[in-house]
Design a binder for this molecule. Structure first.
Ligand SMILES: *[C@@H]1O[C@H](CO)[C@@H](O)[C@H](O)[C@H]1NC(C)=O
Ligand SMILES: *[C@@H]1O[C@H](CO)[C@@H](O)[C@H](O)[C@H]1NC(C)=O
Ligand SMILES: *[C@@H]1O[C@H](CO)[C@@H](O)[C@H](O)[C@H]1NC(C)=O
Ligand SMILES: *[C@@H]1O[C@H](CO)[C@@H](O)[C@H](O)[C@H]1NC(C)=O
Ligand SMILES: *[C@@H]1O[C@H](CO)[C@@H](O)[C@H](O)[C@H]1NC(C)=O
Ligand SMILES: *[C@@H]1O[C@H](CO)[C@@H](O)[C@H](O)[C@H]1NC(C)=O
Length: 932
């Protein structure tokens, strides 16, 4: 008995020692194998694995030698390496010296995104426990070893993005546990092995970007859990086996860029899970699968560039999730369905290059997310529905090469995001609407080969982004070339040929510095060709068939020197006539209408008062598109009806007005000015133009101004969230204005004021900085409004303080001096900065601090911050500290001691880091006296 026990104890020890030895051996074995592989790596790769050293393997202190503390190595409790992950380290070398047999417990090997080369050795088969093998994104070459088929525990096999060639070994079909097989982006050739049909658990199969040929084996239809099958970019042929329809879990089926033929698989989307179906660039023929019509799960569909033939009037249904649909370059016929308008998530729709022959359904205008719409190259008839102009996210619109007729809708101006507009080669007619000038993001505009008549609207010059093309050729345009075209400084290609344009080529053309090509042939132009580089290198063809052009181009007659000077005089004369004649005309009209009015008045004919008033003393400066006139604003606000009023400011009430173009603007109706400031004076004009030139992301854009005995108003950008004062006083809104946003607001304002003070010439002093003059956009970015208005309205009035400046923000020195300088703005900005931090006007705080009472000086900075918000993060605290310090220096009673806006904006842009403890103990007194 005892013996027995002794024996079992002994054998237990024996086993223990054996076990220890084995694990010690494994540890040693793994350590050695890794060190050997490390040593085999090239260049400085070994230094990328600094922790991989013997001294870091605890071998000196106890008998076990494990690499478990090394980076990228993960061990189990017994100290065996189970996971090795050295991805994305830039390791260069091969796998020849990687002794796979030393890692019998390894389940995960991730060597992806390195620079490993050479082949995958056959002895990889020794990784008997491996479940996840990741070699993606290296430069491994050679064939995939057949022995990989022995790794039957594999769940993830990623050998994509390498340079593997040869065929896919059929032995991969033995990997029954495989879930993901990604061998895309290699040079694999040959057929897809039928044995892949045995991978019964597979959910992802990526074979794209290889040289695979042959057809899809029907066995693929056995992969009943397959979700994602991607075969793009191979040289696969034949038709798609109907068995694909058995894949009821399939969400993504990508077949583009092969040479597939035959019909599209008919029973797709049986279980309603298909989201992506792409077949572009193949030779598919025949109809659209019926099963697609009710496949409401679809998100992305590309059937473009095949030889599909079908009547598409009713082939498609309504797809609530559909985002992208490309059916271009096929042989579809029939009608454009109105149900496209019910696909509310559609951003891309192309049906170009088919045989569709209907009109464009107005319902398409309901597909409000559309960014790109391409219906070119069909047989579309009828007018361009004005409903399309509701698609105000549209970036690309191509209706060219159809049989559309009628006019280009005036509402084209509401497509303000448009980059590319091509309606060339149709039967469109009528005048070019001047509203085209509102599409100020256009880069490409092609209106050629239509029957447009009338003159080229001067507003074409507003398309200052236009760079690729302005093509108006082959129309019936008359009149002169507007000199505003010269504003298109970025334009590279201009074609005005084959019209009936007359007069001179405007000398403003010399400003078009980017022009590469120009064609004005086949018109009625005359006179000298402007001295533009692009003109000098042109051939005669660009000018031929005109009335009488002269210049330094071979084939054209030179302008004789006397003729030149004479024509210059003539030019000036003509310019004078061009300016004076309309002025005389206007004068005449005014006199005439005044006369008529007078007569009407005398005869006591019931003239509508409004109409009468409008004719009188009206004066507008409009910098935006030249179209909006006094009446439009009156109409849009229903004669300044209170329901459009959105606020009250220093000089009048503000109204929201939606113009005919769909654009929303803010209109500030000025209080009547008692002493009748000369609103038409030149000084005033200069001033308003200067203000409307101001462009800064944190400054409200000023569009224009109208003066009239009845109402005078300023038209500017409309901002959604209203003014800062309102937002700060509304608890719910104030909470949304978190510290990051508040800091951002202050920084933006500092930049804006710095711009007004230092970058505008002459500098613009705001004179009325207050939280009600700061507006917020949807992203809570701040914009300065009402800048410069004070001086504008009261240029040198002595009692200007009544008008300029808001109580509580006015610098103290203004009580005894009249001198308005940038430093007055600095004081107001100081008040404003504190207001943003505290959440209310800091009037009380400022007066208690300036009374130098020690109690208020001992108040902690963190205690005055807006209590609506949670405490600031460390980073935000740094910035709040800097802001408070700057705010106090702005509030200095001595104007000379206040910083400049430039200084403030620079300080804010690089707030120093600060000890968090300091932030919690900082008092206002310390900040005021700049002890820190
Ligand atoms: C031996 O080294 C291993 C691995 O570093 C460590 O986990 C273990 O605690 C060490 N044993 C002794 C007795 O120091
Ligand atoms: C050992 O490796 C670990 C893990 O990378 C590392 O944190 C440690 O600093 C290394 N120790 C030595 C002595 O190199
Ligand atoms: C390997 O490490 C990288 C980077 O830390 C990580 O992104 C990747 O998921 C890891 N691989 C595995 C299989 O855990
Ligand atoms: C491929 O590896 C490189 C580093 O070798 C890395 O910069 C890149 O992001 C990786 N690409 C992918 C798709 O993982
Ligand atoms: C798969 O589809 C093919 C052809 O559509 C059909 O003959 C076969 O019976 C289907 N197999 C299963 C298991 O549903
Ligand atoms: C529409 O698209 C948006 C943004 O991509 C997405 O959040 C939303 O879920 C989509 N709607 C449907 C019905 O799929």
């Amino acid at each position: 008995m005892l013996f027995c026990n002794m024996f079992s104890l002994y054998s237990y020890y024996l086993l223990l020692i054996l076990a220890l030895n084995t694990s010690q051996n494994f540890g040693k074995m793994e350590t050695e194998a890794l060190l050997k592989w490390k040593a085999s790596l090239l260049n400085d790769s070994p230094s990328l694995l600094p922790s991989w050293t013997i001294s870091n393997s605890s071998s000196y202190f106890n008998k076990t030698t494990t690499p478990c503390t090394w980076s990228g190595i993960f061990c189990n409790n017994a100290g065996n390496v189970v996971k090795l992950n050295v991805s994305n380290l830039g390791l260069q070398g091969t796998l020849f010296n990687f002794k796979f047999s030393s890692f019998p417990y390894l389940t995960t090997l991730d060597l992806s995104s390195n620079a490993l080369f050479g082949t995958i050795p056959a002895h990889i088969a020794n990784l008997s426990q491996i479940t996840s093998l990741r070699f993606s994104n290296n430069t491994l070459s050679g064939e995939i070893p057949r022995e990989i088929g022995l790794l039957t525990n594999l769940v993830f096999l990623f050998i994509d993005q390498n340079m593997l060639y040869g065929s896919i070994p059929p032995e991969i079909g033995n990997l029954k546990s495989l879930d993901n097989l990604e061998i895309n982006t290699n040079n694999l050739s040959g057929a897809i092995p039928a044995s892949l049909g045995n991978l019964s658990d597979l959910t992802i199969l990526y074979l794209w970007e290889n040289q695979l040929s042959g057809s899809i084996p029907p066995e693929i239809g056995n992969l009943k859990f397959l979700v994602d099958l991607e075969l793009t970019n191979n040289i696969l042929t034949g038709s798609i086996p109907p068995h694909i329809g058995n894949l009821t879990n399939l969400k993504f089926l990508d077949l583009p860029c092969n040479t597939f033929s035959g019909n599209l698989p008919q029973n797709l989307c049986r279980s309603g899970s298909l989201e992506q179906f792409t077949t572009a660039f193949n030779n598919f023929a025949g109809p659209i699968p019926k099963s697609l019509k009710n496949c409401s799960s679809l998100v992305r569909v590309r059937l473009d560039r095949n030889q599909l033939v079908d009547n598409i009037s009713e082939a498609f249904g309504v797809y609530p999730k559909l985002n992208y649909m490309d059916l271009s370059h096929n042989n579809f016929y029939g009608e454009l369905s109105r149900t496209w308008g019910e696909c509310h998530n559609l951003t891309y729709l192309s049906l170009s290059s088919n045989n569709i022959s209907s009109s464009i359904p107005p319902e398409l205008g309901e597909s409000a997310q559309l960014r790109k719409l391409d219906l070119s190259d069909n047989h579309l008839v009828g007018e361009i529905p004005k409903e399309l102009m509701k698609l105000n996210f549209l970036i690309y619109l191509n209706l060219s090469h159809n049989e559309l007729s009628g006019q280009l809708p005036r509402k084209i101006g509401s497509l303000s995001e448009l980059n590319h507009l091509d309606i060339s080669s149709n039967n469109l007619s009528g005048p070019l609407p001047k509203e085209v000038g509102i599409c100020s993001n256009l880069l490409y505009l092609n209106l050629s080969n239509n029957g447009f008549n009338g003159s080229i609207p001067t507003q074409i010059g507003d398309l200052i982004s236009l760079d690729i093309l302005l093509e108006l050729s082959h129309n019936e345009l008359t009149g002169g070339i507007p000199l505003e075209i010269g504003s298109l400084r970025k334009l590279e290609n201009l074609n005005l040929s084959h019209n009936i344009l007359s007069g001179h080529i405007p000398s403003s053309f010399k400003e078009m510095e980017s022009l590469l090509s120009i064609d004005v042939s086949y018109n009625q132009l005359e006179g000298r060709i402007p001295p533009n580089k692009a003109f000098q290198n042109l051939s005669f063809d660009a000018f031929k068939n005109n009335k009488n052009l002269c210049g330094n181009v071979s084939g054209l007659q030179a302008c004789d020197s006397s003729g030149t000077s004479k024509s210059n005089v003539m030019d000036k004369y003509k310019v004078a006539i061009i300016i004076i004649l309309p002025l005389l005309g206007v004068l005449f009209l005014i006199l005439a209408s005044a006369g008529v009015l007078l007569i009407f008045y005398r005869k006591k004919i019931d003239v509508k008062e409004d109409q009468e008033e409008i004719q009188k003393d009206l004066f507008c400066v409009w910098k935006y598109d030249g179209n909006v006139v006094y009446e439009d604003i009156i109409e849009a606000t229903e004669n300044f009806s209170p329901e459009y009023c959105i606020g009250r400011g220093g000089y009048g009430s503000v109204y929201k007005a939606e113009l005919l173009t769909g654009q929303v603007v803010a209109v500030k109706k000025l209080h009547p000015l008692e002493d009748g400031v000369g609103l038409e004076s030149k000084a005033f004009l200069d001033e308003i133009s200067a203000l409307s030139e101001v462009r800064h992301r944190n400054i409200v854009r000023l569009y224009g101004f109208c003066s009239h005995t009845r109402h005078s108003f300023i038209i500017s950008e409309y901002l959604e969230r209203g003014n800062l004062s309102k937002v700060l006083s509304d608890i719910e809104e104030a909470v949304k204005l978190d510290w990051v946003r508040r800091i951002n607001i202050i920084k933006g304002l500092a930049n804006a004021f710095s711009y007004l003070h230092h970058d505008c010439s002459p500098p613009i002093v705001h004179r009325d900085i207050s939280s009600s003059n700061i507006l917020l956009d949807l992203e809570y970015e701040a914009r300065v409004s009402d800048f410069g208005i004070a001086r504008l309205l009261k240029p040198d009035s002595s009692n200007w303080t009544e008008l300029a400046g808001t109580y509580g923000y006015i610098a103290p020195e203004l009580a005894y001096t009249m001198k308005v300088t940038e430093k007055c703005d600095m004081y107001s900005f100081g008040v404003l900065m504190l207001e943003v931090l505290i959440g209310i006007h800091p009037g009380e705080l400022i007066s208690s601090l300036t009374s130098s009472s020690p109690t208020s000086q001992n108040v902690l900075l963190k205690d005055i911050l807006d209590g609506c918000l949670s405490p600031p993060t460390l980073h935000a605290s740094h910035e709040l500290f800097t802001i408070t310090k700057l705010a106090f220096s702005c509030l200095d009673a001595n104007p000379e001691s206040r910083p400049t806006m430039k200084h403030v904006s620079q300080k804010l842009s690089k707030a120093k880091t600060l000890d968090l403890e300091l932030f919690h103990t900082m008092t206002l007194g310390q900040l005021m006296h700049r002890e820190i």
